[in-house]
Structures are given as C-alpha cells and as structure tokens.
Design a protein around this ligand. Structure first.
Ligand code: HEC
Length: 114
C-alpha cells in the first residue's frame, strides 16, 4: 500500500522539477483527420441514433475485423460499462451494419460471411 502511494508521488515530484516549459506560438489546434461519416447501408440510422452521441464513426470503423459475437460483446460493453442508452431492439441491426462495413470496406450493402 505504501509503495503504491509512493511511486506516483515520486514521479509527480520528478515531473514537476524536470518538465520543460511549453510555449505555444498560437492557440489553435489541428484536429486529427477523421472521415466523419458512415457509409450508406442498412442499419446506418440505428448506428447514428445509438452510437455516435459519444464517439465518431471512425472509433467504430477503424477497428480490427472482429466476429459477430465480439461486436455483440462490444455493444454490450458500451451499455454496461459506459451506460450507453442503446435500444436493445436495434442491436442486431447495429451489429449487421458494422460487420458489413468491415467486410465491404465501405460498401455495406454487400453480403457478409457469418
Ligand atoms: C455513452 C457513451 C457511448 C455510447 C453511446 C457508445 N459508446 Fe462506444 N465507447 C464509449 C467509450 C467511453 C469508449 C472508450 C473510449 C476510449 O477508450 O478512448 C468507447 C469505445 C468504443 C469502441 C472502441 C473499442 C472498445 O471496445 O473500447 C468501439 C468499437 C465502440 N465504442 C463502439 C460503439 C458502438 C457500436 C456503439 C453503439 C451501439 C457505441 N460504441 C456507443 C462510449 C460510448
């Protein structure tokens, strides 16, 4: 317990002493490049309604290709861990859409392997 408290404190003190001074030339920032839109396809509206309140489309689309079960688990995690207000009836549509988006790399009307 003591060590657990000591280490962060020591790091904090070290950081305070050694931190370089950062000066900005101006106050503007450049946001990362984000495609910002979901490709057309069945289930797109369900994803917009249930998922895009908290994060951008790229959070969902730029993921490793995962199975249906893993997408279902991810949606469940959004609900249980992050309290996402997801309509339970929309979950199959959302999962279908995301699988299709990954399979078709943009063309979500293509048939996906199950
Ligand atoms: C209430 C806010 C909220 C909603 C709504 C939400 N998410 Fe998330 N989501 C999060 C948070 C918070 C993270 C974690 C972000 C991080 O780690 O930087 C996350 C992360 C993710 C990730 C990254 C991988 C992972 O497992 O962390 C995916 C994929 C994802 N969400 C998909 C979805 C989908 C699909 C939906 C719609 C069903 C959805 N999210 C709705 C809050 C939300």
């Amino acid at each position: 317990m003591r060590a657990a408290l000591f280490l962060p404190l020591a790091l904090l003190l070290a950081a305070c002493g050694a931190a370089p001074r950062v000066e900005f030339a101006d106050a503007s920032i450049t946001l990362p490049d984000d495609p910002g839109d979901l490709p057309e396809g069945p289930g797109r509206d369900a994803v917009i309604e249930n998922c895009t309140a908290c994060h951008s489309p790229s959070t969902m689309l730029q993921q490793p290709k995962i199975s249906r079960e893993k997408w279902e688990a991810t949606v469940k995690k959004m609900v249980t861990l992050y309290k996402a207000p997801v309509d339970e009836k929309a979950v199959p549509q959302i999962v279908d859409y995301l699988l299709a988006a990954q399979a078709g790399e943009g063309d979500v009307s293509r048939e996906t392997p199950r």
